[in-house]
Design a protein around this ligand. Sequence first.
Ligand SMILES: *Cc1c(COP(=O)(O)O)cnc(C)c1O
Length: 413
Amino acid sequence: MDRSVAEALDRTDPLAGMRAHFAFSEGGPIYLDGNSLGRPPKETVAAVAAAPAEWAAELVGGWDRWIDLPATVGDRLGRLLGAAPGQVLVCDSTTVNLYKLAAAALRDRPGRPVVVADAADFPTDRYVLEGLAAADGRQLRLIDSQRQDPDETAAALADAVDDRTALVCLSHVNYRSGARLDVGAITAAAHEHGALVLWDLAHSAGAVPVELDRWSVDLATGCTYKYLNSGPGAPGYLYVARSLQDRLRQPIQGWFGQANQFEMGASYTPAPGVGSFMTGTPGIIGLRAVDASLAVTEAAGVDRLWAKSERMTELMMDLVERRLSPLGATLATPRAPGKRGGHVSVAHPDAWPWCRALIDQGLVVGDFRTPDVIRLGPAPLYTRYVDCFDAIGAMAGVLASGVDGRAVRGRVT
Ligand SMILES: *Cc1c(COP(=O)(O)O)cnc(C)c1O
């Protein structure tokens, strides 16, 4: 395979024009970390830059409009997630939302002593569940699927989930391997046992199709700063299925989740609908950023994003096998398109110094995930097929010339 294959794909790429929406100058290293922190869209930069003037002009009167942004931006995001209006809020962080949703689910399933999760999933999720289970005298049962084969994960879940299970919490796309689970099938299987299921969409929203209503999802959360490009620390989001909204009570009884908030009443009465999942004052600048970034994703369209993502990752995986496998690297992502997300992981014993050398030499920005994986996250909005091609070439070159296995690991990888 030569570079002309990638060049041809770029020439016919219906999303090629989207790259012009992003603020960066050409010629830098190839950025393949959009799955960790997306690049800024120009529209988002403009929206954030305009926020102080709005603040200065409107002062406290601005709250009349600002107060609805978590719900209106949530509905907008909901369209990308296959969620009808009134079920998504943009608020807090993914970690805090996960806590609120998991605690609400546990409260709704008393007498069921087990929470099921996957040891291979993202640490924040496991830590939150560990804390909640301990506080509640329940057991956190971790399957350890390694997340290489989604069918094996589903089989391990079938063994672990039973009528004692209160909650199952999983990532749709695994942060390390990129393996993608069948949300609808796993949710249905858990429902047969009477358990609720909470999905973390951090690595799927904006990359792969998500159909929360159609898949009968109970609860979901995710971040906006990865494929949704809303900026470092931009607010997270949560989804609560309409059928559960009246039943579930989240643990943080803040005034933004209160019915008749400005009555300043003596005690807490949850707001109707998903609104009770708000906590305190939302960050308006962050919400403006999310709103502006969503417009860019909408212009591309989720189907076209996944179509491109699928082809880019396919091309990358072919190249990994041809050019990196002979150098001792292995593909750590499932090959079947329906079983993976938007990133490709490459395992190698020297993954850390290899990843560091690629960054230090200004070639490729990917990221290292312990113990031995480099993640490559092409973003269909702004990554070109030639970037994928050139990145693997650079990786082969650096690995072939030898990396320093003693390189010291930094605080952030
Ligand atoms: C990135 C990521 C998070 C991040 O949570 P924050 O609260 O935004 O730090 C959570 N879960 C998964 C699966 C992630 O990949």
